[in-house]
Design a protein around this ligand. Structure first.
Ligand code: BGC
Length: 765
């Protein structure tokens, strides 16, 4: 501990004895400590704190990094994932730099660190807040044990356009569900105290509206009305911040003509003033430099000026702050105060993470380093398997094709059957493919010698070499998409031969994980042609056909819905994916997942989100009318709606009852419904409560999710499910962006998906 820490601590201690429990005093300690520290800092050292370096990035060769840290030119780093990598960097900061200010270490822990949980979109399909919390908590425990202090997560960008590859990283289309999960994840990453050695500071991303890029093309513009922004896209970021997220990562896109990175309204008026955010803001990778490409800065100097003035505290993978801020201060274009504000936030984050008290809080001592960072004992397989099982969504199950019996012969076919890299999903942090359980492995272990399992690849992910080359640009294990050199016809012939010997075909098809990632937007949502040809050949055998889908976005599955006897959506299910899928296929676990995003019939229908605003000529399937809003080539509405997912048992809902026909302000209304498990097996389902505002001063959505409960019922059991409705559930942003609940009538709808619902009406007085 150096002199400075002591000084600051001493100052804090003077306040402590009398008012030890007061949060105001704790905050004052922090402010005093930071003010003391900042008084000693040179401008160069201050600017150094604003720099976040990507380990292994071309910006800073490793050899130079230590020197730069020792010179006080670095605030934090990201992408190093072991204590042994981080320790020498921290040593350089606390032993060699003049003021000994510790670094912080960040990483993209989006759905796991070493144990990889299902991708975020899959976790959202569980609608299971406890399981999601557990996954995030374990991720924090594993990452902090590797010397990491901050995660760039949760990613809460609402996505209503599945062409966008980053749909896979998010939590779906619904502001309520995403907000609930955002809150749970932040609390789980950060734990009870950010200072705890097993806590990770959460930097929610990407602020804001990144999921609404035009046409679903990554990095494109966002142009959106303020009402839509407030109503549908901003709530999840707000929820994360209200839950205490210490950081915010700024989005790469522009919003209504101003890049987020230069957006004073976004970063100051909304984030700081309206929402009261007190933490650290971090640019996305190279985003300050990109202000030139956006065309709002003529040169690096203008870019740095715009970003610092807008409120970007830290520049990620970008030299511009370091190069330009000294000159901007000298010329008076940037005020000292503006730099100080940013530095205060960075130091504040470090203070909150407990790094001033102990810079090695998460790095620990060398004597305690794990002998093998990838040791099996460091993984949390049981929890990953549990989360994965809860994330799977049964989309179709005709003639009770599923669950499969553990006897006879099963043909497992498809390019994703034995795909240990793909099953991890994108942004798989420090997860290793060699530790993941492929579907082939999962089925083998589940079957033992009870049944025969024949495996054939059947097809490549795609036969289009241009696409393979594109996907392999972002390979982490070279190359990610490996082509089987045999001809497509030979592979299909082998698969058909296998299928003919089997009682049932399990076809693992969909996308490689690299198809659902950053910088991978699609124009089609089809399963690639190579795999569709395989499916057609398998179908022709006449054997029961079970599709196990792996993909990171909704796909257009009209053909497959007709072809397959059963379809299980498994997304990318993580380290334990193969075991979890086997559990569901053989009925050792009864699927309970529900879609957090609508599946369009074809990309032409996009956007297909369920909670779209009302219109003057709505299409009514019961009374189709020419002059109503529809596409004439195919049925209106999604193939699988938001909230949809089957079970191996059957559930019925009946008797929706409201405790009153009117709701007084500040009072509550009880909505109850009887849920019955009418099938033969125990099972879980999600009871969903939607509200429709019948008439308002602004157009309101056709319905909006306002609550849900995941309920387990034994076969034959029934239960009355209660929901409490309050004025808050009826609020929306009016034309003046005030949150109001207007008097009038509302429909309460309760269902097991967003389309098939029971309805009752009440009036808000
Ligand atoms: C992504 C962010 C990510 C960052 C650091 C960027 O390309 O947009 O989501 O956190 O890289 O890895």
């Amino acid at each position: 501990m150096n002199k400075l820490y002591l000084l600051g601590l001493l100052a804090s201690l003077l306040y402590l004895p009398a008012l030890a429990d007061s949060p105001r005093v704790a905050l004052q300690d922090k402010q005093i400590f930071i003010a003391n520290l900042m008084q000693q800092m040179t401008l160069e050292e201050k600017i150094g704190q604003l720099r976040l370096i990507s380990i292994g990035g071309e910006e800073m060769p490793k050899e130079r990094l230590i020197e730069e840290i020792a010179a006080g030119h670095v605030g934090g780093t990201f992408n190093s994932v072991t204590r042994t990598e981080n320790r020498p960097l921290q040593d350089a900061a606390v032993n060699s730099s003049r003021l000994k200010i510790p670094l912080f270490f960040a990483y993209d822990i989006v759905h796991g660190h070493r144990t990889i949980f299902p991708i975020s979109l899959a976790q959202a399909s569980s609608w299971d807040m406890q399981a999601i919390a557990k996954s995030a908590r374990i991720s924090a425990i594993e990452a902090s044990a590797d010397g990491i202090d901050m995660t760039f997560a949760p990613m809460v960008d609402i996505s209503r356009d599945p062409r966008w590859g980053r749909t896979s990283e998010g939590l779906g289309e619904d502001p309520y569900l995403v907000s609930r999960i955002a809150k749970v994840m932040v609390k789980a990453y950060q734990g009870d105290s950010l200072q705890a050695p097993d806590s990770l500071m959460a930097s929610v991303k990407h602020f804001a509206l990144y999921g609404a890029v035009e046409g679903g093309r990554d990095y494109n513009i966002v142009d959106m009305s303020p009402v839509r922004m407030y109503q549908a896209y901003l709530p999840p970021y707000r929820a994360a911040i209200d839950a205490g997220a210490g950081g915010v990562m700024i989005a790469l896109n522009s919003i209504n003509g101003t890049p987020a990175t230069a957006n004073t309204w976004l970063l100051q008026d909304l984030l700081r003033k309206d929402w009261g955010f007190k933490g650290i803001t971090i640019s996305d990778h190279g985003a300050i430099g990109e202000l030139l490409k956006h065309g709002v800065a003529r040169n690096g100097r203008e870019a740095a000026k715009l970003a610092i003035k807008a409120g970007v505290d830290m520049s990620m993978h970008d030299e511009l702050y370091r190069q330009e801020l000294p000159k901007l201060i000298a010329s008076g274009e940037v005020k000292q105060q503006e730099i100080d504000n940013a530095v205060r936030d960075v130091l504040g984050a470090k203070y909150d993470m407990g790094l001033f008290e102990d810079p090695y809080r998460r790095i620990g001592s060398a004597a305690d380093d794990p002998a093998d960072t990838n040791a099996e004992s460091r993984l949390h397989r049981a929890e990953a398997r549990d989360m994965a099982r809860r994330s799977l969504v049964l989309l179709k199950n005709e003639n009770q094709t599923l669950p499969l019996k553990k006897h006879g012969t099963i043909a497992l076919i498809g390019p994703l059957a034995d795909a240990p890299i793909d099953i991890l999903g994108s942004w798989a942090a420090a997860g290793l493919p060699r530790q993941s359980v492929s579907l082939l492995k999962g089925l083998r272990e589940a079957l033992g010698d009870q049944a025969q399992l024949i495996h054939a690849r059947g097809a490549n992910i795609t036969n289009d070499q241009r696409i393979v080359d594109y996907l392999n640009v972002i390979s982490f294990w070279e190359p990610e998409v490996v082509q089987d050199k045999r001809s497509p016809a030979a592979m299909i012939a082998e698969a058909v031969e296998a299928a003919e010997q089997a009682d049932v075909i399990v076809a693992a098809v969909g996308e490689s994980r690299s198809m659902s990632h950053e910088a991978v937007s699609r124009t089609s949502l089809d399963i690639p042609a190579s795999q569709r040809a395989l499916l057609a050949a398998l179908k022709a055998t006449g054997k029961p056909l079970v599709l196990v889908l792996m993909n990171g976005r909704p796909l257009a599955l009209q053909g497959e819905q007709e072809q397959a006897d059963a379809i299980l959506e498994t997304w990318f299910s993580g380290t334990e994916g193969g075991h979890a899928i086997a559990d569901v296929l053989f009925g050792d676990y009864n699927p309970s997942g529900k879609l957090p995003i609508s599946f369009p019939r074809s990309p032409g229908q996009i956007p297909t989100y369920y909670n779209h605003p009302r219109i003057g000529r709505p299409f009514n399937p019961e009374k189709p009318d020419h002059y109503t809003s529809q596409y004439f080539e195919e049925p209106n509405g999604p193939l699988y709606p938001f909230g949809y997912g089957l079970s191996y048992t059957e559930f019925s809902l009946s008797g929706l009852t409201l405790s009153s026909r009117t709701l007084q302000r500040n009072a509550t209304l009880d909505a109850s419904v009887t849920l019955k498990n009418t099938g033969q097996r125990d099972g879980e389902t999600v009871v969903q409560l939607y509200i429709q505002d019948i008439t308002a001063s602004l157009i309101r959505p056709v319905k909006e999710l306002k609550n849900f409960q995941k309920v387990m019922l034994k076969a034959g059991e029934e239960k009355i499910i209660h929901f409490t409705i309050t004025e808050d559930d009826l609020k929306f942003y009016n034309i003046h962006l005030e949150q109001v609940a207007e008097p009038g009538e509302f429909n309460v709808q309760i269902g097991l998906d967003s389309e098939t619902v029971q309805e009752q009406r009440f009036e808000l007085l």
